[in-house]
Design a protein around this ligand. Sequence first.
Ligand SMILES: *[C@@H]1O[C@H](CO)[C@@H](O)[C@H](O)[C@H]1NC(C)=O
Ligand SMILES: *[C@@H]1O[C@H](CO)[C@@H](O)[C@H](O)[C@H]1NC(C)=O
Length: 263
Amino acid sequence: MNLFTQQTVILCLGVAVTLSKTEPTAELVKLSAVDSLIVPCHQSATLRCDLSTFQEGLSIYHMAWVRQDGRYLCDVNATGVMGTHPGNTPSAMECSYTPHAQLTLTLLQVQPLEQGKYLCKLRSSHGVKEATTTVKLQECYGEVQPSVSDEGPTCTFTEVYPDGEVHWFQGSNNVTGDPKIKTIQVKDGMFLTITSSLNRKTVSGEGAYNCSLWIPSTGAYLTSSLVPEHGEARVEEPNANGAGAIGFPHRTILVLLSTLFLV
Ligand SMILES: *[C@@H]1O[C@H](CO)[C@@H](O)[C@H](O)[C@H]1NC(C)=O
Ligand SMILES: *[C@@H]1O[C@H](CO)[C@@H](O)[C@H](O)[C@H]1NC(C)=O
């Protein structure tokens, strides 16, 4: 009997606690946006801010997408008129608004400087709310241009983001430690152009050189390319009979191969 009463009391307490916990946090208006977006370079990012209300008669005083530096990109005023501020972000942008439902910001070609936090802000008759989306750019490159000269092989990687290193291989040998490698990084707008040259004669038969783009921040190779072997070097081959005739198709195949890798 005593035990039964005790249990009932505990049960009632439990219910009371849950009730008092949920009641004050019941929201009349809610904003939601995805936490983060990872965008491939040169592509667009669409940031949606969804508004939901659980009570009639919500008045919106102001709703906006704002950059982390405080610059407004799109906003809607109390009369429901939307304004856009394209000068506040480096790439082209668009906004759209569905009354009382959604404010969407589209960054048409996300650039490195546009990474960071974007805030969706609302001031309404039911209070102030905020939601945040973080935009991050995926690592990328435009193209690889492998070439070979009398000095040795060279690879140029265009429109690289973020910083990269070039590692060289000959067959399966990692020759990155070779002191005759010169790598130059040039800013190409928001991106980098990385050119790496290995001052080493390419002798056919020793295996083709391969340049690979290493991205330290991701700890992975982003791409790699075989450099065509130098045709003239074929003469040094022991069985050089008809070297000219074999040499040319061989080189053509390698060029084709590296073209394939580019695609
Ligand atoms: C090649 O060598 C470089 C420099 O020593 C090193 O950082 C890299 O991890 C090596 N790569 C592979 C695949 O062994
Ligand atoms: C270049 O070398 C790396 C490391 O050995 C290898 O993973 C990659 O597949 C090679 N790329 C080409 C195009 O041969």
